[in-house]
Design a protein around this ligand. Structure first.
Ligand SMILES: Cc1cc2nc3c(=O)[nH]c(=O)nc-3n(C[C@H](O)[C@H](O)[C@H](O)COP(=O)(O)OP(=O)(O)OC[C@H]3O[C@@H](n4cnc5c(N)ncnc54)[C@H](O)[C@@H]3O)c2cc1C
Length: 469
């Protein structure tokens, strides 16, 4: 029987435990999951306020990546999965204080329909000319990694970086296009440039190749759960061995022994009285900055590589309004704010439009997002001050003056990994160093995908890796 410690009770660690559970029942494995906070689920947290489903962390996951939805189905939540209301999908970009809809045919930031992009007030004539010229870009041999901003600028110019690439990536990674690795964050783009040169032509070619499902509507872009993302946590936890789940237990170090590993942690939320336990193997499923601290002695070189992966902090603010606000808000999913607008708010989602079951018909639910420097600059403010600031920005952008019926502020310190230029090379070095420490597996959002589906997969893979040692 193999004894495994899982460090971190977010969705990555829980997915690892769920993969180990049948082996525990069969008597071939045993696990203990350590979670420093009182809650399991990490950043997956949902509140139910005045009949609204309020997401503190992620609100959904992308449908194209199957691992989270597959896990939901395995947990019996298949009938609870809901898709985004894509028929009403419209996202605005704030340009000089006005809301401009993103034109039809944009695939991420790549225009695939000439007319809507050509007529859109979102782009200047210079950018429109660049879009036309882009179609003639020759294939480019694979070069060094570069930032998303560098690549997009080479194809479409700096306005495209400012108005689309940067706001879209801020909404996903909480980071800047100038710092994020194109190979790690948009690997398809790097490949399309190598094979086709033009991203526009490559997108069109890919679309032509897609099998046409007769009379079948396209799957929704985003998937969520009727009762919110925490429903996934509430379904997974009861299926695990309860006495294996140690909340309020912060791991301080993981030490390699002649055989196996020693995990040392403070139990019951204490900061004294370190307790140690022995395991054959360990899954470290915490953000890489926390993993680096635990592994500082066991693997100093590995710890240095893990510590070098940057993380950004974010703040979500959810506001509930009455029927009148709902009637007067523009249609669509919400808006993104380019950095050049000089605002603090990065994005706002009109949650009541994006998903069904999120708010009663007579309610509007807005979710506002701050990240990186914009979040750090307001971190010290009280919740009320942050709500006031959000209301000021919403008034200026949407003309929204109404008093919210409720407001909640959620702060997430260093929770979103930033895949910087050279991230994939760093992952290769991490993997080599990890292999020198038998019985160690790594999972979480610092490696090969920040979204919930990638985290589910990383936890599952880490568990499978250890089951074969
Ligand atoms: C505000 C926000 C919005 C997001 N929106 C989306 C979205 O819409 N769609 C999407 O797919 N993804 C989204 N993401 C990303 C995604 O939710 C996360 O990347 C993913 O949930 C991370 O899961 P995890 O288990 O790897 O990490 P976490 O959820 O961070 O869990 C790690 C756990 O480890 C614990 N821990 C830390 N240190 C220790 C220690 N020393 N000892 C024991 N335990 C420890 C922590 O308390 C925590 O519970 C969002 C993230 C944030 C923050």
């Amino acid at each position: 029987m193999i004894r495994i410690a899982i460090i971190g009770g977010g969705i990555s660690g829980l997915s690892g435990a769920h993969t180990l559970e049948p082996h525990r029942r069969a008597g071939t494995a045993e696990y203990v999951l350590y979670e420093s906070s009182p809650h399991l689920g990490g950043v997956l947290r949902t509140e139910h306020i005045q009949n609204c489903v309020v997401e503190a962390g992620p609100d959904s996951f992308i449908t194209e990546k199957p691992w989270a939805a597959d896990l939901c189905r395995a947990l019996g939540l298949g009938d609870q999965l809901i898709g985004s209301n894509d028929a009403d999908r419209k996202t605005y970009i704030v340009v000089r204080g006005r809301l401009i809809p993103m034109p039809d045919g944009l695939m991420f930031m790549v225009p695939t329909k000439i007319l809507p992009a050509g007529l859109s007030p979102l782009f200047s004539w210079t950018t429109k000319l660049r879009m036309a010229q882009e179609l003639f870009h020759p294939p480019r041999p694979a070069a060094e990694d570069e930032s998303v901003a560098q690549m997009v600028e080479r194809h479409y110019g700096s306005e495209m970086v400012d108005r689309l690439a940067d706001p879209l990536l801020s909404g996903i990674y909480g980071g800047e296009a100038a710092n994020l690795s194109v190979r790690a964050v948009l690997p398809r783009f790097a490949e399309m440039e190598r094979t086709h040169g033009s991203l526009g032509r490559a997108m069109l070619a890919a679309r032509k190749k897609m099998p046409k499902a007769a009379n079948k509507p396209a799957p929704p872009l985003f998937t969520s759960l009727k009762n919110g993302m925490q429903q996934l946590v509430e379904a997974i936890v009861p299926q695990l061995n309860q006495s294996s789940l140690l909340t309020n237990t912060a791991v301080q170090s993981i030490q390699r022994e002649a055989i196996g590993w020693t995990v040392s942690a403070y139990p019951d939320g204490r900061t004294t009285g370190l307790q140690s336990a022995h395991f054959d193997a360990v899954i470290v499923a915490v953000p890489t900055h926390a993993a680096a601290r635990m592994l500082a002695v066991a693997g100093p070189e590995l710890a240095a590589e893990l510590a070098a992966i940057a993380y950004s902090s974010s703040i979500t603010v959810v506001l509930g309004y009455d029927r009148e606000v709902r009637q007067n808000l523009p249609p669509g999913f919400g808006f993104l704010v380019p950095r050049s607008e000089g605002r603090r708010l990065l994005a706002a989602t009109f949650v009541h439009n994006k998903f069904p079951h999120r708010a009663p018909e007579d309610r509007a639910l807005l979710r506002c997002f701050f990240a990186a420097k914009n979040a750090e600059n307001i971190w010290q403010l009280s919740d009320q001050e942050i709500v006031n600031l959000v209301r000021e920005e919403l008034q200026q952008i949407l003309g929204l003056q109404a008093e919210p019926q409720f407001a909640r502020v959620y702060k997430w310190k260093s929770a979103m990994a930033q895949y910087g230029v050279g991230h994939l090379e760093r992952l290769d070095r991490i993997e080599r160093l990890r292999q020198q420490l038998p019985g160690l597996a790594l999972a979480g959002n610092g490696y090969r995908g920040i979204g919930v589906p990638d985290c589910v997969r990383s936890g599952q893979q880490a568990a499978k890796q250890l089951l074969v040692i």
